[in-house]
Design a protein. Structure first.
Length: 386
């Protein structure tokens, strides 16, 4: 296993300062699953998720304040902060925390009070959010009234304090978005059982005949749906390591940086989890690579993170990963191709985007030099054309 403690808290803080949205996604990917200890203490899943989200807000605040709690690992820091919030919200819990300057009760309480305001603000429309964040002292008007209705019992001073903390609100929203992704990925969908009984056997035969005839007609004459085109064209690598070796053999030149031992170890670990179907486990070593700004295989890691997000049906995160790839010379074709796959996935819920996907494919074709990919893209463009 890759050890998250091999990176200091300072490394995670630097990541949060450079790109807070990405930094929070790293923390959720690496540490959100550890919050089960809160459930073991007696909290329900919703309460545990809330305490972890509060802890993430504290961590982003500490990162902005230049704090350097090097005596804690990030895993332990998040654990202690989560427990501090749990104890304040649920005094019946029987657990003791060591005294530490970062675990000040007043700071923990203020985070919870701000979070109450931010949660109410999240439920307002985007225009009202903008108005209130740019005018935190506003007391009149429909937006201020709508927020007050959701925050009965909260002092106006605390509301203003929370609204003035714009970066804190953004971090709260990013944490909420990552929590939704986590919940979606961990929810087990139970397959419905069929009743297994037919009413009349002859009626079933007729029904099946009609269905088969209609299916044949649909297959032969109707245009393929975006979901079908995506399933037909998105062929992720079976092995990340084998894909890396194949691509780098094809791109071997003097400008290709050599693979360090750390890169090789983490890619191999990620590939083992990937081939076992543990996609979230495969992401952890890749995230450790991209956190290391000196790693020679960061572009590879960003590419594979994007592919994994596509497999997890999170095309927006995939696009963000592809945009982080710096080595365009060697990864340009992969970026163009997998961006098209992301557009296809996004457009599945919005058929009006079919023309936009076609435009993306059209722009990608001149940059696809692999004959198989180019042929796929040309066939895809033909299917997308009206």
């Amino acid at each position: 296993m890759a050890h998250t403690e091999s990176f200091s808290v300072r490394t995670y803080f630097d990541s949060l300062r450079q790109d807070v949205q990405f930094g929070i996604s790293v923390l959720y990917s690496l540490f959100r699953g550890n919050a089960k200890y809160l459930v073991e203490l007696g909290l329900n899943e919703h309460e545990a998720a809330h305490c972890f989200r509060l802890a993430i807000s504290d961590v982003t605040r500490l990162a902005r304040s230049e704090e350097k709690p090097d005596e804690y690992s990030m895993e332990e820091l998040l654990r202690q902060l989560s427990l501090s919030h749990a104890l304040l919200l649920h005094p019946y819990l029987r657990v003791e925390l060591p005294e530490h300057p970062l675990l000040v009760k007043a700071d923990i309480l203020q985070t919870q009070q701000k979070a109450a305001v931010w949660s109410a603000l999240e439920n307002l429309d985007a225009d009202c959010q903008e108005v209130l964040l740019t005018q935190p002292t506003l007391v009149e008007g429909p937006c201020a009234e709508a927020l007050r209705e959701k925050l009965q019992g909260v002092s106006s001073e605390m509301v203003q304090t929370a609204l003035l903390d714009v970066e804190g609100f953004r971090s709260w929203k990013y944490a909420g978005a990552n929590e939704q992704i986590y919940q979606k990925s961990t929810t087990k969908i139970q397959s419905a059982e069929g009743n297994g009984r037919s009413v009349w056997r002859w009626a079933m035969f007729i029904f099946l005949g009609v269905v088969c005839a209609y299916a044949a007609y649909q297959f032969l004459f109707r245009p393929k749906t975006l979901a079908e085109l995506y399933a037909q064209n998105f062929v992720p690598p079976r092995s990340l390591l084998a894909d890396w070796q194949q691509r780098h053999r094809a791109n071997s030149d003097s400008t290709t940086p050599p693979l360090t031992e750390n890169c090789w170890m983490l890619l191999r670990e990620s590939d083992a989890a990937y081939q076992a179907g543990n996609l979230h486990g495969a992401m952890d070593p890749l995230l450790l690579i991209v956190l290391d700004t000196m790693a020679a295989c960061r572009s590879d890691a960003w590419l594979y993170l994007g592919i994994i997000h596509l497999r997890l049906e999170d095309p927006i995160a995939a696009m963000q990963c592809f945009a982080k790839i710096e080595d365009f010379e060697h990864f340009g074709e992969d970026i163009y191709w997998y961006q098209v796959m992301a557009y296809l996935q996004i457009a599945q819920n919005n058929p009006q985007q079919r023309e936009r996907v076609a435009k993306a494919v059209e722009l990608a074709i001149p940059n696809l030099h692999t004959p198989e990919r180019r042929a796929r893209a040309e066939a895809l463009l033909k299917n997308l054309s009206p």
